[in-house]
Design a binder for this molecule. Structure first.
Ligand code: ADP
Ligand code: VHF
Length: 368
């Protein structure tokens, strides 16, 4: 058996892969997936599974009355269905003498560095003990604005957190097509240059029956992960042996090229955009200095022209150029009040230290 191309991967499986035509979980697909995870582990790859499918599983157990409102309906189905989903994985893994762990998370758990580190050490301990973490959103408490866009976003955050080399997104199409998949002549794009950010030319907002975010979310996550050196594969989870094929370097599905590797701290910052508390506007001189110098440069108050919103020490802030472009993200070293008083002044402590500064550096060349 050849060694896998990756040492650590996150595999995300969508509701439409887990669920058959009738919306109920498809046992043969799930067992195929588990068999491939077992195979990957034998090839020396650590695997974290991010699995959707709680709502679909709930549907197979219980019929919610038509009068129940949409939020309660989802909570009900997901909370009932998650038990079945994890039990199904547990029994499928038993055949290989493997244990799994249920990890249910919310957006809040990614909000600050302490929560983030707690979750990270739990996942680390599970992997160390050869247990497969199976992650899903905690749909009981994650409602409306507290929700992740979808589990693709969650999987991206997990991949970044654990320092995975790749995220494999298993969906119900063969990859990203050069036009809506049902259009005649549509072809899968094998490799996408991650420095591109506009995917709207060939990706429609169309979603599969039970999907939440659609293909555009997958692309924007793939783009973000490529900036921190994580490869993203998008492939059809219903195709037998698909994970094994990817790990054996076969050309299947779509892969996003990666850009230069970044430190773990920068990975965390890079994936924290959704949690930013305030905005920092910098002048052109500061922007040039941050981008052009070969030296590690921190963001100093002298280059800051405006602070918007309130933030505390340790919060993530968005950094904008004077033209209004989002140029980066950083962790503030002090509060918005102190930042306002230091703004424009020389010889002040950096507002964002270089180690906690992530710049959207489009100039880096892809290293696919
Ligand atoms: N260019 C494209 N290539 C592939 N899929 C596309 C494209 N444009 C839109 N889609 C839609 O994206 C869907 C996959 O996203 P989604 O429904 O969120 O799946 P999942 O449940 O696996 O997360 C496909 O079924 C397809 O309908
Ligand atoms: N947490 C939900 C899945 C939500 C979700 O993002 O679904 P999908 O777009 O199919 O990955 C569930 O388990 O049913």
């Amino acid at each position: 058996m050849s060694a896998s191309v990756y040492r650590k991967i996150v595999v995300k499986v969508g509701s439409n892969v887990i669920a058959g035509e009738n919306g109920l979980p498809d046992l043969s697909i799930m067992s195929q997936l588990i068999e491939q995870i077992h195979q990957a582990k034998k090839q020396g790859t650590e695997v974290i599974l991010v699995s959707s499918g709680a709502v679909a599983s709930g549907r197979s157990l219980f019929q919610v009355s038509a009068k129940t409102d949409t939020v309660a309906r989802r909570q009900l189905l997901a909370s009932i269905g998650q038990v079945k989903l994890i039990n199904t994985y547990t029994s499928l893994l038993q055949a290989y003498n493997l244990l799994c762990a249920q990890v249910l998370v919310t957006k809040e758990d990614f909000r600050d560095r302490i929560h983030y580190l707690n979750m990270k050490s739990c996942l680390g301990a599970l992997l160390q003990h050869n247990i497969i973490p199976i992650v899903n959103e905690n749909d009981v408490v994650s409602v409306t604005e507290l929700m992740f866009t979808d589990n693709d976003e969650l999987a991206g955050l997990i991949a970044s957190m654990v320092g995975a080399e790749a995220l494999i997104i298993l969906t119900n199409v063969d990859g990203i097509y050069d036009r809506p998949p049902k259009e005649p002549g549509a072809q899968v794009i094998p490799l996408i240059d991650s420095s591109k950010t506009d995917f709207s030319a060939f990706i429609s907002a169309e979603k599969s029956n039970f999907g939440r975010g659609g293909m555009l979310t997958k692309c924007s996550i793939a783009h973000k992960l490529s900036l921190v050196g994580i490869k993203v594969h998008i492939a059809n989870g219903k195709t037998p042996g698909i994970v094994t094929s990817i790990l054996n370097k076969e050309t299947v599905g779509t892969v996003f090229s990666t850009l230069a590797n970044k430190s773990k701290l920068k990975r965390w910052v890079a994936n924290s955009e959704g949690y930013a508390k305030g905005k920092v506007l910098i002048n052109e001189g500061a922007r040039e200095k941050l981008f052009q110098t070969k030296k590690a440069t921190s963001l100093l108050p002298v280059g800051v022209v405006k602070i918007e919103g309130e933030f505390a020490k340790g919060d993530i802030v968005k950094i904008f150029s004077e033209k209004g472009e989002l140029v980066g993200l950083g962790m503030a070293q002090y509060s918005s009040d102190l930042a306002r008083s230091a703004m424009g002044e020389k010889n002040k402590k950096p507002l964002v230290h270089y180690d906690y500064l992530f710049l959207y550096d489009q100039a880096e060349s892809p290293v696919s």
